[in-house]
Design a protein around this ligand. Structure first.
Ligand SMILES: [Zn+2]
Length: 86
């Protein structure tokens, strides 16, 4: 069900999500041929992309969102304690 995505660890690049593994393999073959002269780059793999993370699955993006959520929670907690302390 999940779309697939080819990633090249050497170029730190990824293909757009594709509906089938074969489509990602086509991206892989094209990338190998055009960027790496037909050689196989280190660190390449085909990922399964899940849900809404498909546009930017970078884990740093996810953790910064978690940090923002924590900051929002702390701000809310500050407001609540101010109200209760009155
Ligand atoms: Zn590459």
């Amino acid at each position: 069900m999940s779309p697939y995505r080819y990633r090249c660890g050497q170029c730190r690049a990824s293909s757009p999500p594709t509906p089938t593994r074969a489509d990602s393999e086509a991206h892989r073959d094209y990338h190998r041929a055009t960027v790496h002269g037909g050689l196989v780059p280190d660190g390449e793999h085909i990922d399964r992309v899940t849900g809404h993370e498909a546009r930017d699955p970078d884990t740093r993006y996810v953790s910064s969102r978690a940090a923002l959520a924590l900051l929002g929670f702390l701000a809310l907690a500050t407001v609540i304690s101010r109200v209760l302390g009155r």
